[in-house]
Design a protein around this ligand. Structure first.
Ligand code: TEU
Length: 571
């Protein structure tokens, strides 16, 4: 329910404003969004047909996952040609139509930039492994150490980060799948090729880039062994390496700064200090994704094992980023993307309080300081899916992990590992968008490349559209509210109850010559009814938005239903 209040105008100065700070981003994973030609794989025409839906959310920017030519071993993060469109997604003409249609709806289009590695099928790699002098140093080739690989570095997807190549008779480095060899960024020709590619796309009129694992470009000279007990063996030598800032600054100077575009870096193991440098006012990037809040439900450093988490830990992490980037840098806010399990299934209650927890978690990500990113289906409260057989898995990372576990004596067959693989598998995010309750959820007329979540008969766009109380309509209201209130975009963040284990309450305040606007967000992260005191003046308080149909006569003692979210105007 919403009560209309107007915010004072002109509190935030023009100097502080930026279009990408005020924007809400919607992430489209084209393979799973909409299939127009019945081959079971989503495509660009399918996306074009659904652009009115995307615009109806009130979002400003679409971030499109990779659509470049690729053998699709890692669903497009293995690029074989940076200047061509993957055939199953469509043609360059389709892509150009997409750009026009996005712009015609006053939205912007941000593309994925994957330049830490290419596909093994990229011409550069084909020539490099053959020893063609022009390309021989495009990748990181090394002799083995005795019979083994050059060092102990590991691939993020498991196993050694080195693969022996018979043709070249040497090992190449791949920090991800064996099909994704790392480019050698110390080679000036490589850097120039990448800068030219970036320029080529920007000249076509796109509005920015999301940069894949961009803090991995620079590796420590000599490639020494990594700490064998590290979370990712070798990471201390290949994350934020010595030339990292120089590479990004050169990219900015030579290409990015010639255009008014948005850049967001995906940066594993990023810290606040690093973020303030990369995304400083005059830094090379506008903002960066960190991963700290996505590891809450890990068991220690163990990515696959599921551990308990508590709300005070989340507050600590969020507080660190909200206050740490107050003066320098800008947050990229997200719960979900194509690599993360569905947030309702992780931090909410998909069985008993799906609508409530999905809307509460949505309130959180849309009311922090930073630019929010919503992943397709998140606005419906889509959930994780059952992964009952190994054959149902599609994600190279999940399949590798299942196979690794099955080599251990304690596991006999897939049934023994399905819970752990199923919970974390990136496939959870990649089940098709649920458009209606028909066969295949209206995603395709053919056989979908990955299973459709069986709950699409209940959770789908058509049903949500028609239901005033749906997660979808709540997201729409919330996005609209964010547009009306500068406090939600620019306001300073203050955590009111850092030690509370169930209630997350914070204020967002903007102050300036034009006055002051202060909003209060109160979220119940538990499935219990509870009452709490809040250390704020409530005299003129009024609820701006709530995910329950409830009003509060005496708001200074707040009574909250399970997963209830409320936004108040304070003064
Ligand atoms: O992902 C990088 C990656 O591995 C992180 O998202 C990871 O989940 C995080 O570091 C956990 O701590 C990107 C893409 O998003 C992914 O789809 C690709 O497979 C990968 O790079 C390789 O290109």
């Amino acid at each position: 329910m919403a009560i209309q209040h107007t915010a004072p105008d002109e509190i935030v100065s023009d100097d502080e404003r930026a279009w990408w700070k005020e924007a809400v981003v919607y992430q489209v994973y084209p393979r799973s969004f909409a299939d127009s030609d019945g081959d079971g794989v989503g495509d660009l025409r399918g996306l074009i047909d659904r652009l009115d839906y995307v615009a109806s959310l009130g979002v400003d920017i679409i971030w499109l996952n990779p659509v470049y030519d690729s053998p699709q071993e890692d669903n497009g993060y293995d690029i074989s040609d940076y200047q061509a469109i993957y055939e199953e997604f469509g043609t360059m003409a389709d892509w150009e139509d997409l750009l026009d249609e996005v712009h015609a709806r006053d939205m912007k289009l941000v593309m994925d930039l994957v330049v830490n590695h290419t596909s093994r099928d990229h011409e550069w790699f084909v020539e490099s492994r053959r020893g063609n002098p022009e390309y021989e140093d495009y990748y990181i080739w090394r002799e083995g150490d005795g019979d083994g690989p050059p060092n102990n570095w590991e691939s993020f997807f498991g196993g050694s980060a080195w693969e022996y190549d018979e043709e070249r008779e040497a090992y190449y480095l791949h920090l991800y799948d064996t099909s994704q060899p790392d480019l050698d960024w110390t080679n000036e020709d490589v850097r120039q090729e990448v800068f030219d590619t970036i320029d080529w796309w920007l000249a076509k009129g796109i509005d920015g880039f999301r940069m894949d694992v961009i803090n991995l470009l620079s590796k420590v000279e000599g490639l020494p062994d990594g700490d064998p007990d590290g979370e990712w063996v070798g990471a201390e030598h290949f994350i934020d390496g010595p030339e990292m800032t120089d590479y990004l600054e050169a990219m900015d100077e030579q290409v990015l700064s010639n255009y008014d575009v948005m850049t967001v870096g995906e940066m594993p193991q990023l810290t606040v200090d690093e973020a303030t440098e990369y995304a400083a006012e005059d830094g090379p990037l506008d903002m960066a994704f960190h991963f700290q809040h996505t590891k809450l439900d890990y068991d220690g450093d163990e990515r696959w094992a599921v551990g308990d988490w508590d709300l005070t830990e989340l507050k600590e992490i969020i507080g660190r980023w909200q206050t740490g980037l107050e003066d320098e840098g800008w947050n990229a806010l997200y719960w979900e993307n194509h690599d993360q399990p569905r947030v309702v299934s992780r931090y909410g209650d998909p069985e008993n309080y799906r609508r409530e927890s999905a809307t509460m978690l949505g309130t959180f990500v849309l009311t922090l300081r930073g630019t929010p990113y919503i992943y397709q289906g998140q606005e419906l409260g889509m959930t994780n899916a059952p992964w009952d057989s190994k054959e149902s898995l599609r994600d190279v990372d999940a399949i590798n992990h299942a196979e690794e576990l099955l080599e251990e004596p304690e596991y006999e067959d897939y049934d023994d590992v399905k819970d752990v693989v199923g919970y974390r598998s990136r496939d959870n995010a990649r089940t098709p968008m649920q458009w209606d309750d028909g066969e295949n959820a209206g995603f395709t007329d053919g056989d979908p490349w990955i299973q459709v979540n069986p709950n699409h008969d209940e959770i789908n766009v058509a049903a949500a559209d028609a239901d005033e109380e749906s997660v979808l309509n709540y997201y729409r209201e919330l996005i609209a509210l964010r547009k009306r209130r500068d406090a939600l975009v620019y306001g300073a963040y203050e955590d009111l109850l850092p030690g509370h284990e169930s209630v997350y309450a914070y204020t967002r305040t903007v102050e300036g010559e034009g006055g002051r606007d202060r909003l209060l967000v109160v979220l119940n992260f538990s499935d219990a009814d509870l009452t709490t005191d809040l250390p704020v003046e409530f005299d003129d308080a009024a609820v701006l938005l709530s995910n329950y149909d409830a009003d509060d006569d005496d708001p200074s003692t707040v009574s909250l239903a399970p997963y209830e979210a409320r936004i108040y105007q304070l003064d």
